[in-house]
Design a protein around this ligand. Structure first.
Ligand SMILES: Nc1ncnc2c1ncn2[C@@H]1O[C@H](COP(=O)(O)OP(=O)(O)OP(=O)(O)O)[C@@H](O)[C@H]1O
Length: 299
């Protein structure tokens, strides 16, 4: 495979003091390639958003390096930083909070186009807005003049995706992009992200607590627990043949429509719960190969 778009090289992030602080990310390694999606999966507090924020250069790692196309991102300023901000775009969890209620959808998209697309003349901006909205399967004539509160959650998230894509990014960082949406529209938004990834050869960093959707969206997966990536590799291989007790636990917690709630608890292996508790605080470092493109930290 060629040079990854985005690479985390032994990245750690501690909030507070080195000794008594929260170790939100511990020696995290991953590579995101163009035209592929990498799902970072884990429970609340496992460190996923901290990794997303480091990818967006909002947080600096305490140690380790974040690389873009092989180049370290630390210390980027001025034009270099602006280029990175254009190339790596974020889609937030809350589609409403990320749009300004005082402005129309057309305003939001024009703003991004003015900022990142100097090649588009002012006279052509309206047409470009229409093109961006049509690209995410919204009716431009209806949606462009509306205010955010006049749209549904799913439509708002599509607008956010259109806005991110308007910058012509190479990487999309989507942090729980569907968790605040009605279940009925989630699939449509995930489908759209998948289509955009393929059509534009994007690298998609898909952050989720829902391992079931990871398989739907991503080619690669990294399972995160207590700040560490504990199992990673090909998404299908990891989900079909989980090796780490935490991955097993996460999979056994996925709701099964064929299973009654009262029976669901029996699917959770008490041994796995105990093993996961034991490993929470300790650093694991020995990597075991579980198959082609499938790796796990030894417990
Ligand atoms: N700015 C911060 N200051 C102090 N601690 C933080 C900060 N941001 C995150 N943390 C802590 O770091 C750990 C990882 O948090 P993070 O938000 O990355 O997890 P997450 O997996 O994204 O969870 P969620 O899905 O709930 O957002 C948590 O213990 C959290 O309390």
């Amino acid at each position: 495979m060629n040079e990854p778009l985005l690479r985390f090289d032994t990245v750690s992030k501690t909030f507070g003091s080195e000794t008594g602080g929260v170790r939100a990310a511990r020696s995290v390694n991953f590579a995101l390639h163009s035209g592929r999606a990498l799902a970072i999966v884990g429970e609340s507090g496992s460190g996923k958003t901290t990794c997303a924020r480091m990818a967006m250069l909002e947080y600096l790692p305490t140690s380790g390096r974040v690389l873009f196309k092989g180049e370290p991102t630390a210390g980027r300023r001025g034009r270099d930083l602006a280029t990175y901000r254009q190339a790596v775009q974020m889609i937030f969890q809350d589609p409403f909070a990320s749009l300004n209620p005082a402005h129309t959808i057309a305003y939001h998209l024009k703003r991004t186009l003015r900022l990142h697309r100097p090649d588009i003349r002012s006279a052509d901006l309206d047409a470009a807005v229409f093109e961006q909205l049509a690209g995410v399967k919204l009716d431009p004539a209806i949606v462009a003049p509306k205010y955010p509160h006049e749209l549904s959650g799913g439509q708002r998230q599509r607008v956010n995706i259109a806005r991110a894509l308007a910058a012509r990014p190479q990487v999309l960082v989507a942090d729980e992009p569907t968790s605040m949406l009605d279940v009925s529209v989630r699939l449509g938004v995930l489908n759209l992200l998948n289509e955009m990834k393929a059509a534009r050869n994007l690298g998609l960093l898909y952050i989720t607590h829902d391992i079931a959707t990871a398989r739907y969206v991503a080619e690669d997966i990294a399972v995160m627990y207590s700040g560490q990536i504990v199992e990673w590799g090909d998404c299908g291989a990891v989900i079909d043949n989980p090796q780490h007790p935490y991955t097993k636990l996460l999979l056994s917690a996925v709701p099964d429509p064929a299973c009654r709630f009262s029976d669901a608890a029996s699917r959770i292996d008490p041994g796995a719960v105990e093993a996961v508790r034991r490993i929470a605080a300790k650093d694991q470092s020995e990597v075991v190969t579980a198959g082609e493109n499938h790796f796990v930290l030894a417990v």
